[in-house]
Design a protein around this ligand. Structure first.
Ligand SMILES: Cc1ncc(C[n+]2csc(CCOP(=O)(O)OP(=O)(O)O)c2C)c(N)n1
Ligand SMILES: [Mg+2]
Length: 553
């Protein structure tokens, strides 16, 4: 058995069922021998984005794997690994590598060195006996602590030699960490005694499978919940205590409660300040729980840090509330109802303000009407929705109601245009019976559109909604001269026809009245095994759901 066979057998032991790839790596043949299905993407970045989507939907319980060639393959993968790193997604990246004699000879691309700053762990297989211990360390890293991409570079000279220590491989398990009872008691005490506390829930809640516990803690303390963009779907947005999700756009309720709250309990969040989120205003008490100690006191000074697994921490907090704190139920229920009423009326006022755009009959179609039709015409609990970078993200995030865990994949601490199509192919691999839809612009289509063919060929029918506004909507104001003289950011294309050429069904939508039928048809087509693309003629829309002024309350 050579090194490739050994790695394939370890992946099999780790229950890996499929591997994204492009185009050449001896591991592709070796995993096939083990019954692991390779899926070839149209380029490296697509394969990694799909591995990422799979890991997200599986909440890290299984993880995506991607293999490619060295040199240009490993080089072209950079953007997608950078995205997975920014969003803390666990996946295994396993590129081929140049000969060990040449790793340090310029201009050879030494992947494990070049990826050091954007992977959690990156090593080279530099001798055949080290394959087993390196795979053990790679798997340990994937399963423990703050998630992130892990890279193992396979130098051919080690990989082609005989391996005789495979039986020494044992599967690394997740070790869960939990804070002391004293710290839990102090955190709960501060929440109980705060005047206006809220919860800030991140994707750690999804990875820890802790959505039920989050709901219970919110319920027994009457705490409103805001989710982060990657944490969207960790708290059902139909819950009366849901404020919504915080991208840099958000429902008015998010802005209002971030303004009026005095204490914020962040759970399963790195609390990273980002362009694609809302910065917590000064003067709040912050209780911060995350599985990575390095994130505590990183961007904010915190009152109490609770390092550990979100599920265990929430369970301990629930037990602590019940056993250590007595409340006058009548007083508590009254104040909880008051909070719920306030949230309800803020949301009502917000939706009224937006109703003209959400129900607009404008032609070309207004993006908010399109979003509203998607929101009204999908089966939320059996769908997985994602956005793409730019205005599509900023416009859909506040208005798409997420329900069950992973019904929405919010991504973007970095924001790689085109992520949505392959992300949904990976999501479909993880949940074949769910309707998987990505919402993107015509600019984004250019980055990954050809992977619609991958969805068709691999039997993963997904729906792509393209807002075809003929431009990159956020940019015109920056280029008045350039546009006037050279029409610089104009883009044209019939994406429905392109989709047809790849074996999907393309549907052109030119009028708002056609939207409902097209969205229903796409679901039908996907359930019959056909990928769909809605090419929707939209107009650029600059109004965003931002209420910065409310943060100052
Ligand atoms: C790889 C990469 N390059 C550049 C960007 C910057 N960027 C963000 S949005 C955007 C344009 C989006 O245009 P389009 O997809 O047509 O959406 P629209 O705003 O027109 O609705 C660009 C270039 C990015 N996110 N990713
Ligand atoms: Mg556009």
């Amino acid at each position: 058995m050579n090194g490739y066979n050994a790695i394939a057998k370890i992946l099999k032991k780790e229950n890996v069922e499929w591997m994204a790839c492009f185009p050449s790596n001896p591991l592709i043949e070796a995993v096939s021998e083990e019954g692991i299905r390779p899926i070839m993407f149209r380029q490296e970045r697509g394969g990694i984005m799909a591995a990422d989507g799979y890991s997200r939907v599986k909440s890290g319980k299984s993880f995506g794997v991607f293999a490619c060639q060295g040199g240009p393959g490993a080089e072209n993968a950079y953007g997608a690994i950078a995205q997975a790193w920014a969003d803390s997604v666990p996946l295994l990246f396993i590129p081929d590598g140049v000969s060990l004699m040449e790793t340090d000879v310029k201009p050879a691309f030494w992947a494990s060195r070049n990826y050091e700053r954007i992977t959690k762990w990156a090593e080279s297989i530099n001798s055949p006996e080290r394959i087993v211990p390196l795979m053990r360390r790679a798997m340990h890293s994937l399963k423990n602590g703050r998630p992130g991409p892990v890279l193992l570079e396979m130098h051919r000279d080690s990989m082609t030699q005989e391996i005789d220590n495979l039986d020494t491989y044992s599967i690394p398990e997740e070790s869960k960490v939990s804070p002391s009872d004293e710290d839990i008691f102090e955190a709960v005490g501060q929440l109980v005694n705060a005047k206006n506390p809220i919860i800030w829930a991140g994707q750690g809640v999804l990875y820890a499978n802790a959505t039920e516990e989050l709901k219970e803690l919110s319920d027994i303390l009457g705490l409103p919940v805001v989710t982060t963009m990657p944490g969207k779907s960790s708290f059902d947005e139909r819950n009366p205590l849901s404020l919504g999700s915080a991208n840099r756009t958000a429902p008015k309720s998010v802005w209002k409660w971030l303004g009026i709250s005095d204490t914020i309990f962040a759970i399963g969040s790195s609390l990273t300040k980002t362009n694609y989120g809302i910065t917590i205003p000064d003067g709040k008490k912050i209780i911060h729980s995350t599985n990575n100690y390095e994130d505590i006191n990183k961007d904010y000074s915190v009152e109490i840090g609770l390092v550990g697994d979100s599920k265990i921490i929430l369970q301990k907090m629930i037990e602590c509330v019940k056993s250590e704190f007595t409340t006058d139920q009548e007083v508590f229920q009254k104040s909880k109802m008051k909070t719920i009423d306030q949230i309800k009326s803020t949301k009502k006022e917000w939706l009224e303000e937006w109703s003209t755009l959400l129900n607009s009959d404008m032609n070309p179609i207004n993006p908010y009407r399109l979003i509203n039709e998607i929101n009204k015409n999908i089966d939320h609990e059996n769908s997985i929705i994602t956005h793409d970078a730019g205005h599509p993200r900023d416009q859909i995030m506040p208005f798409l109601t997420s329900t069950v865990p992973a019904s929405y994949l919010g991504w973007g601490k970095s924001t790689h245009l085109g992520y949505g199509i392959p992300l949904m192919i990976g999501a479909k691999m993880a949940e074949p019976n769910k309707f998987c839809l990505n919402f993107m612009g015509d600019g984004a289509f250019g980055m990954s559109g050809l992977d619609i063919e991958t969805s068709v060929r691999s039997g993963n029918p997904i729906t792509t909604v393209v807002m075809n506004n003929g431009t990159m909507g956020g940019y015109p104001a920056r280029y008045p001269q350039s546009i006037e003289k050279f029409d610089t950011i104009k883009m044209t294309g019939n994406y429905a026809t392109l989709a047809e050429g790849m074996g999907a069904e393309g549907i052109e939508v030119n009028n708002p009245e056609e939207l409902k039928g097209a969205i229903i048809k796409a679901q039908q087509l996907n359930s019959e095994g056909t990928s769909a693309l809605l090419d929707v003629k939209t107009q650029p829309e600059l109004k965003m759901s931002t209420y910065e002024e409310l943060l100052q309350n």
